[in-house]
Design a protein around this ligand. Sequence first.
Ligand code: PNS
Length: 163
Amino acid sequence: MKIAVYPGSFDPVTLGHLDIAERAAKIFDKLIIAVMVNPHKNPLFTVEERTELIREAVRHIPNIEVDSFPGLLVHYLQAKGAQVIVKGLRAVSDFESELAMASINWKMYPAAETFFMPTNFKYSYISSSLVKEIARHGGPIEEFVPLHVEKAVRAAYESLRNK
Ligand code: PNS
């Protein structure tokens, strides 16, 4: 059984992420979307909240599981018996850091390969950071995230404003 892990911060999950997940789930027997910790980012949502937002978005896809892990991705792959890391590439600018991550992960755990998938061009300009920036200033984000995520992002900024 080919198990793939799609790791990321997913703060929050966007339609671009979900498009990658849906397409990857058609290729592998099982896809685990894993909410990981990126030490360079200061998240809006807790890991639990991010996990729940993704779960709601992929409920209709039976071979997708959603999980979280606080440590190294390669340790998670080993624990799950996964052979593949799925990553979406939006533009050349993504490539440099993604290649570094793929190389280091392969060095630490050569039993797993990184598969890069081009992001659907419809979503190639979307990022969680841009979604948050727009929402922080009250701009429209409904084209970039599912409805329940839009509500959660708006509520998160609303509660920050009222603090
Ligand atoms: O969505 P992101 O923030 O670009 O995803 C990056 C992420 C979370 C996948 C990466 O930071 C990661 O794998 N973190 C887990 C810790 C780890 O394994 N680090 C070494 C791999 S470079």
